[in-house]
Design a protein around this ligand. Structure first.
Ligand code: AMP
Ligand code: ZN
Length: 482
């Protein structure tokens, strides 16, 4: 285990706290996953890059990690105030498709993005519809003391638990932005645990329950799956900053009710010891909103020819708690930085790494790396430590490789599997025959070696006609670009 204690920012206390596991030697983490009614945008993926960095850091620190990410395929409404439609039902109706097909399609699209961004597989993908019975049992156990039934369903009375809304730091009663849109609610902040199918409405997904046919509330599912798979209390619950206001505040209230816990002054009464939130990726023209028609999917970046790990690099250059503004120029800068690192790593390609990483030249670099990651996951500084290590000269290459691998296991930039050719910008719309380009370049090299400049120039023109620019002497080592 590395020595520097791991400090993380706990949204519940708004403080940096030393990570102390509930179960010695273990780390149990739950991450709110996507609602699979549409493709994720790259902002959503920032949340999973963050959770991945947290998981990798805990593994690197020597904890046995159990990470659960859920897939919400039921229950998430179009409106946080419990009045909207179910996002899944709405999309299925719009597309005239089965809800199960919609869920499968977008879950697979999300998993493809997870893989492309080198996000590690969690121990479990918890699919919400697999846990309906457990949700009904959970709801039954808290119904008498904490819930009330009205026409539209079973509601949680937030006045029955202590410190409701502590996470959001909101005034509970006149909770900002809350619309009392459901008739019969006792408090504006009360939320649905079970939503009855309204008479005359046809739902594709509904289940029988003591409160009538219907579907679970979205907050209920995360409480149930996290508690079932990780056991209350577990270590860390993560999500995007928007969840701090309502979703997680409601999960906490349910967890308190379920566990019979009192005040949130006790760390574990919320169900998890720490609640961590990543800030948003923002984009000025509003392309981050899924309702705005075309939005920023990872696939769009790929179509424009960018390697997905350039986006991972972009995320890691910022601290997860700060807002990050997306721009194509920013993405390109991240790509160039990644390329420089890959080129430096390529020099170590044929060297096996040594077992040990102890070496006086690397000790201060490793300390810088460890301090940065231990300081609330400061990846921005950690990347510079990785660059420092790659820049060390006249040192045993095996040790250097071992040091770089050690850091990259935490950052996940995959430096030893990427090649500079992988990182070339290849827009999908351009038809290029790379074999032909490489062949022409090889012929040109021969001609130049033979000082046959007429032939070499002719080949350069031949390439230019294909839209390829030959880049002799480019410091970044691109032999050609489109
Ligand atoms: P959803 O599928 O809407 O439940 O969102 C999936 C995850 O993405 C949640 O953890 C959200 O908090 C997070 N999220 C949503 N928008 C953004 C954004 N623009 N930047 C970063 N995270 C986001
Ligand atoms: Zn959740």
């Amino acid at each position: 285990m590395t020595q520097t204690p791991l400090k993380l920012f706990n949204s519940l206390t708004r403080k940096l706290e030393v990570f102390e596991p509930v179960h010695p030697g273990e780390a149990r983490v739950y991450t709110c996953g996507p609602t699979v009614y549409n493709y994720p945008h790259i902002g959503n993926m920032r949340a999973y890059v963050f959770a991945d960095i947290l998981g990798r850091t805990l593994s690197w620190k020597g904890y046995k990690l159990t990470h659960v990410i859920n897939i919400t395929d039921v229950g998430h409404l179009t409106d946080d105030a419990d009045a909207g439609e179910d996002k899944m039902e709405k999309m299925a109706a719009e597309r005239a498709q089965s809800i199960w097909d919609i869920a499968r399609h977008y879950t697979e699209a999300y998993w493809a993005d997870v893989k492309a961004l080198n996000i590690r597989q969690p121990a479990e993908w918890a699919i919400a519809t697999d846990y309906i019975e457990a949700m009904i049992d959970f709801a039954k156990s808290i119904a008498d003391q904490h819930c009330y039934e009205i026409d539209s369903g079973l509601y949680f009375d937030v006045s029955t638990v202590e410190d409701y809304g502590r996470l959001a730091r909101a005034v509970t009663e006149e909770g900002e932005g809350r619309i009392e849109s459901v008739e019969g609610k006792r408090n504006a902040a009360d939320f649905a645990i079970w939503r009855k199918t309204p008479p005359g409405e046809n739902r594709q997904m509904e289940w029988d329950s003591p409160w009538g046919n219907g579907a679970p509330g979205w907050h209920l599912e995360c409480s149930v799956m996290s508690g079932k798979l990780l056991g209350f209390p577990f270590d860390i619950h993560t999500g995007g900053i928007d969840h701090r206001e309502i979703h997680h505040a409601n999960e906490i209230a349910q967890n308190q009710a379920f566990c019979g816990c009192g005040s949130l002054n006790v760390a574990t009464h919320s169900g998890a010891k720490m609640w961590m939130h990543n800030n948003f990726l923002v984009e000025r023209s509003g392309k981050m909103s899924k309702s705005a028609g075309e939005f920023l999917r990872l696939q769009l970046l790929l179509d424009k020819g960018y390697h997905p790990l350039a986006y991972r690099m972009m995320c890691l250059q910022a601290h997860y708690r700060g807002e990050l503004e997306f721009s194509w120029a920013g993405l390109e800068a991240a790509l160039t930085r990644l390329k420089r690192m890959v080129m430096a790593a390529e020099r170590l390609a044929d060297t096996p790494s040594t077992d040990a990483i102890d070496h006086p030249r690397f000790a201060p670099i490793l300390a810088k790396f460890s301090d940065a990651m231990s300081d609330d996951l400061n990846t921005a500084i950690a990347i510079t430590a990785l660059e420092d290590a790659l820049a060390v000269k006249k040192v045993d290459a095996g040790i250097k490789r071992a040091v770089v691998e050690h850091m990259d296991r935490v950052l996940g930039l995959d430096l030893f599997n990427l090649t500079r050719a992988d990182l070339r910008i290849r827009p999908k719309t351009t038809e290029i025959d790379e074999a032909r380009i490489e062949d022409a370049l090889a012929r040109r090299k021969e001609a130049r070696a033979a000082k046959d400049f007429a032939t070499s120039d002719a080949i350069r023109d031949e390439l230019a006609a294909m839209g390829v620019e030959v880049m002799d002497g480019d410091p970044l080592g691109w032999e050609w670009k489109l």
